[in-house]
Write a protein that binds this ligand. Sequence first.
Ligand code: UD1
Ligand code: UDP
Length: 353
Amino acid sequence: MKVLTVVGARPQFVKAAAVSRELRRDHEEVLVHTGQHYDEEMSDVFFDELGIPEPDDNLGVGSDSHGAQTAEMIAGLEELMEAERPDSVLVYGDTNSTLAAAVAASKTDADLAHVEAGLRSFNREMPEEVNRVLTDHAADLLFAPSRRAVENLREESVPGEIHNTGDVMYDAVLWARDRAAEHSSVLEEFGVEPGEYVLATVHRAGNTDDPERLAAILDALAADPREVVLPAHPRTVECMKDYGLYEDAKERLTLTDPAGYLDFVRLQDRADVVATDSGGVQKEAFFLDTPVVTMREETEWRETVEAGWNTLTGADGEAIRRALATADPPDAKPRPYGDGNAAAEITRLLDDE
Ligand code: UD1
Ligand code: UDP
């Protein structure tokens, strides 16, 4: 079996690494990087740390408007798919790289397989929601991480085959947790004590592109009495500078470059609480037994909220402050996203086709 995998953005390197390890035991994989993320700390560091080979091709598309970026990816991927003639094209999540690969693959003979199928925020203002829905409707094989994701796909009557495989990010965290504890010295580098700091990330367009929301979030984080470590996405740094928020944030927060994966897992593992608007970080913190405050109005990962481990605050400064101060998850934690063997199950299902 020959699988062509398409990745392009940070969370996709993490997810694809988990599947790649399984897939490459017995099958051929061609790994294509669209170039959507290109900074060393947004891309190369993941290939160095996650034990996956360098991409076979990098389209080098870089940043652009949604339409121009997606169109350039589609054109490049179509050419590669024609040359490689894979049995399956494997895509992850909900970025523009995901959608571009879905469009290109759906016009070839290859099966299109979507990992993280069926996630819904039901907020069509998010570019990711549109990417997810369109990809799911084009896919032949839908690998859903939870029962709810399966239900969402059934409700929409998608034409492809649906499987509940569990979540590949759980596989990724199980692989990384002990390695991070052994190899990362990030806590010492930042001078933070386990259980005594807040780890934060912000990059969702709905937060960064609105000066009032971004200011309210940064203010609420800075008001926390604990040290707040914020490894900032380049998009967020640009916006902070544009809105004149950067200097103040640098003074009041531990503002750093994006962290490598093992350092970031370590930071999540030992934080008192995580504050984020990331999809992946909500789940990873949950898997690592760290409570989460999600600075969005809704989440695709509702099971974490229902379990009492995740609190939705939007960009309401008072709600963020309160949630950070009172985060106190229950002792019991359900396992709504499988048992950490999603990659093996996905490989088996691809091979069955
Ligand atoms: C993208 C995804 C988002 C995902 C996130 C993961 C889409 C529509 N969005 O958002 O779903 O959660 O990746 O991190 O696909 N930039 C750099 N260096 C880089 C990459 C980006 O400086 O290596 C800056 C550029 O100014 C760019 C901006 O960040 O314009 C946004 O990058 P882009 O890839 O378009 O979207 P993300 O916000 O990263
Ligand atoms: N991540 C990282 N360093 C950071 C921030 C995030 O390695 O400084 C990892 C994190 O562990 C997770 C993934 O990036 O695996 C999440 O990506 P992101 O938040 O950019 O995107 P989303 O999941 O929201 O699409």
